[in-house]
Design a protein around this ligand. Structure first.
Ligand code: GAR
Length: 192
């Protein structure tokens, strides 16, 4: 089975959807390791509860930067676990060359907007504040830019009157949890 390495900084609901898709047989893969830059992230607890190795990424005290040494260490660790495909699931640091070089065309991300609209932080809030009538989510290959890289797939949701950033994000997340496992399955097919 192809091995996934999942990187996340937060609650890990997308990681959960990947785990669920594997359990149901819809996604033929295994999660080899979950890594987080945030030692308190719930994503790590989820992994532990499944018996999946959960590791903290040392970012040398940097709050938002992902230092090159840390990326090298993460790449080495992912290789040790035999990871074939790296899935960013709510990972809030910019992945750059040490990791990209180690996993060319093998790192994917999910972003909560219809890229190229609303890259960056709090995309759901950006959509509400911009008065967008529609938003959604995008799965794309990671290329070192901020939410750039070739798009694998998107799902759309309406922005409804009275939506708050939170209510829109909740609607987007329902679609994320469907889209991401399906797009990962497609990426894995290309690696076979
Ligand atoms: C998700 O909505 C994901 O698309 C977003 O963070 C959330 C993480 O939720 N990612 C980004 O904004 C990356 N730019 P989760 O931890 O429950 O999967």
């Amino acid at each position: 089975l192809p091995k996934l390495g999942i990187l996340g900084s937060g609650s890990g609901s997308n990681c959960q959807s990947i785990h669920d898709a594997i359990r149901s047989g819809a996604l033929k893969a295994e999660i080899a390791v979950v890594m987080s830059d945030n030692p308190d992230a719930y994503i790590l607890e989820r992994a532990r509860s499944w018996g999946v190795p959960a590791e903290v990424i040392d970012c040398a005290g940097f709050k938002t930067k992902f230092p090159e040494e840390s990326q090298e260490a993460v790449a080495a660790r992912l290789k040790e676990y035999g990871v074939d495909c790296v899935c960013l699931a709510g990972f809030m640091r910019l992945v750059k060359s040490p990791l990209l070089q180690a996993f060319p065309s093998r790192i994917v991300n999910i972003h909560p907007s219809l890229l190229p609209a609303f890259p960056g932080l709090h995309a759901w809030e950006q959509a509400v504040h911009a008065g967008a009538e529609e938003s959604g989510c995008t799965v794309h290959y990671v290329d070192g830019g901020m939410d750039t890289g070739p798009i694998l797939g998107q799902a759309r949701v309406p922005v409804l009157p009275g939506d708050t950033p939170e209510s829109l994000h909740a609607r987007i997340q329902v679609e994320e949890h469907r889209l991401y496992p399906a797009m990962i399955a497609r990426v894995l097919e290309t690696l076979e």
